[in-house]
Design a protein around this ligand. Structure first.
Ligand SMILES: [Zn+2]
Length: 406
């Protein structure tokens, strides 16, 4: 990145009476930027609102993200993730797999119901075609390799039905990959097992993006060793800014850059800031929080989100920019993107309250000295490059057609 010289110059300009802010022409035309819809968000959990609450994501409504607010906010491409609450993983036979299928079915329904707003983007050409006609390019994803039940056939079942991104592991360890959380038993490998490496290679062949957010450190490097394609960490932050197990250290950031990959900086407040994490935990221990109710877990989750957003000290947008800028300094501006985790996080930073607000990041990056080209790269260009490389000619994704879930 260019250093923050421009930001400093602007701060200094306030002291010069002849130059008011109105006399400084805006370098970044946000209206024009929004119209070009440059944002590629690598991770959002919104499908659970559709499945559990009957929420039509094609109309504006509760939660963080829908197609209406997203398109207004410059959203061009989005990974619609199937995330499984731990209760589905614990439910035993096929619990996570069936939940994942149900969420994937919601993606298909949404694309059928609102073709003008959402287009399935099974490869980069389809992504560009959706963008040209004004629709959000939708890419189904799976969060957690538990859903494939240690079977490459299951992986291919999901691929045929549109899945193009898989976060190899969530917070639960698997017998073929260790997550970033503590508590792995003796049957959990330190990194990737032989089957884990086979999963990465098969994903390379099919044209699926390997996502290393939630992966343990050794798993992260094992996957980089096994892959022939660029990888992503779709929704993480920087360990150097806030030491949280879900964040990446500088060595990981540099390794991802050497691989040609991208880290998507997450909007999850506890990952971004240690004090915010501690404060939210205190709010979760209050009687008001305990008294929150919902007809099901997802409705309860929305009530918890609303409570924490209202109660906790707002986390300034600058903290997200700190993570973005650190990642750019360490990995390079070609290797940083965004992965909001909208509708999967309980609270957002100030100014990033929902999918209509992505371009607050553009304005913030500009203040920190980024050029328009670098802003566009971070908002989405870098992730598009990875998606094009992963789904390129020679992979199944380059030519395959979508099989309905039902
Ligand atoms: Zn996650």
């Amino acid at each position: 990145m260019q250093a923050s010289a421009r930001g400093k110059a602007r701060g200094g300009a306030q002291a010069a009476p002849a130059r008011t802010s109105a006399s400084i022409p805006p370098v970044l035309d946000l209206t024009r930027l929004a119209a070009s819809r440059p944002v590629f968000d690598a991770h959002a959990d919104s499908l659970q609102l559709a499945l559990d609450l009957g929420r039509d994501l094609g109309v504006a409504g509760p939660g963080h993200l829908d197609l209406v607010r997203g398109r207004a906010g410059g959203l061009g491409a989005l990974v619609f993730v199937a995330w499984c609450d731990p209760k589905f993983i614990a439910a035993g036979e096929h619990g996570a797999r069936e939940r994942t299928r149900g969420l994937l079915r919601e993606f298909h329904r949404l694309a059928r119901r609102h073709p003008e707003q959402l287009g399935f983007a099974g490869n980069a050409a389809a992504l560009d075609a959706a963008a040209r006609r004004g629709a959000v390019a939708g890419i189904p994803g799976i969060e957690g390799g538990h859903s494939i039940e240690e079977s490459l056939d299951e992986l291919e079942w999901f691929f045929a039905r549109g899945v193009r991104v898989m976060t190899l592991v969530w917070n639960n360890h698997l017998r073929w990959i260790r997550s970033c959380q503590d508590g792995a038993g003796a049957d959990i490998p330190e990194g990737l097992s032989a089957f884990g490496r086979a999963v990465v290679r098969r994903m390379n062949e099919l044209g699926m993006v390997v996502d290393l957010s939630h992966a343990g450190r050794r798993s992260f490097f094992d996957a980089l060793d096994a892959t022939t394609k660029p990888l992503i960490a779709s929704h993480s932050g920087c360990m150097a800014i806030n030491p949280h197990p879900r964040n990446l250290d500088d060595e990981q950031l540099r390794a991802l850059a050497r691989n040609g990959g991208v880290v998507g900086i997450v909007f999850c407040t506890p990952f971004l800031d240690g004090a915010a994490r501690a404060e939210e935990q205190r709010w979760r221990e209050t009687s008001e929080y305990a008294a929150l109710r919902g007809a099901n877990d997802t409705e309860l989750f929305l009530a918890q989100c609303e409570f924490l957003q209202r109660s906790a000290t707002p986390l300034p947008l600058e903290r997200v920019l700190d993570h973005l800028c650190h990642a750019v300094e360490v990995a390079g501006v070609e290797h940083v993107g965004i992965g909001s985790d909208f509708d999967g996080i309980q609270r957002t930073p100030q100014g990033l309250e929902d999918a209509s607000t992505y371009l607050a990041l553009a304005a913030g990056l500009e203040r920190r000295g980024f050029s328009l080209a670098d802003v566009e790269a971070v908002l989405g260009g870098n992730l598009r490059r990875v998606y094009a490389a992963v789904t390129a000619a020679g992979t199944a994704a380059a030519t395959s057609t979508l099989v309905p879930v039902d």
